[in-house]
Design a protein around this ligand. Structure first.
Ligand SMILES: [Zn+2]
Ligand SMILES: [Zn+2]
Length: 200
């Protein structure tokens, strides 16, 4: 897949076209490029994304996930919720890492765009006309890398990687399939957390 294809598929996955998801794709691709590696469908890479909860621009997280293949479903990305458009990508085999940030350069242009004016008026992003969505996509996608991205130096991440515990077993009480690491021992039974009465 070339970069444009990754962008298109990322936006399709995301559900609408917005500046923050495009920023995420650019940041993810720049991190891969800096480490000299490719997007991975496995779990060789690990990401740390700095968006928080309930603020604008969280769509950034979908962009970095799609661009790098580090996804919350696979568990090879986590949030360090700082409310920033920052992302650290780590190659687990070598612990080589880089942090990339989307800068403030375009913020005025983004705020003045037809897309954001409609967002401010309470219109849902997927109800904004496609051409207004695309105007903002093009703005963020085509801006020079050195202006919109701050790309750090490669550093060594102090990673201690815990291997996955494979396998599921039905809870002895409710019968629901539960990952082995989440079963608790209660007398002679192996039970899920809600059935065990424990908090975790
Ligand atoms: Zn979005
Ligand atoms: Zn149970």
């Amino acid at each position: 897949m070339d970069d444009k294809e990754i962008l298109e598929k990322a936006l399709e996955f995301h559900g609408h076209r917005c500046w923050a998801s495009v920023a995420g794709v650019r940041v993810g691709l720049a991190a891969l490029e800096k480490l000299g590696i490719k997007r991975s469908g496995g779990t060789q890479l690990y990401g740390i994304v700095e968006i928080g909860e309930e603020h604008g621009g969280m769509c950034f997280g979908d962009g970095v996930q799609y661009a790098t293949g580090c996804t919350f479903g696979k568990g090879n990305i986590r949030k360090n919720p700082l409310g920033k458009l920052g992302f650290t990508l780590i190659e687990k085999d070598t612990n080589r890492a880089v942090r990339v940030v989307f800068t403030s350069t375009l913020q005025k242009q983004i705020a003045a765009s037809k897309f954001m004016q409609q967002r401010a008026a309470g219109i849902s992003p997927d109800e904004i006309p496609l051409e207004d969505q695309m105007e903002l996509v093009e703005l963020v996608w085509n801006a020079p890398k050195e202006e919109v991205l701050k790309i750090g130096e490669v550093f060594e991440y102090p990673g201690k990687w815990i291997p996955e515990v494979m396998g599921f077993k039905p809870c002895d009480r409710c019968g629901e399939l539960t990952a082995l690491a989440y079963l608790r021992v209660d007398g002679t039974q192996h039970v899920c957390i809600p059935c065990s009465g424990y908090d975790r």
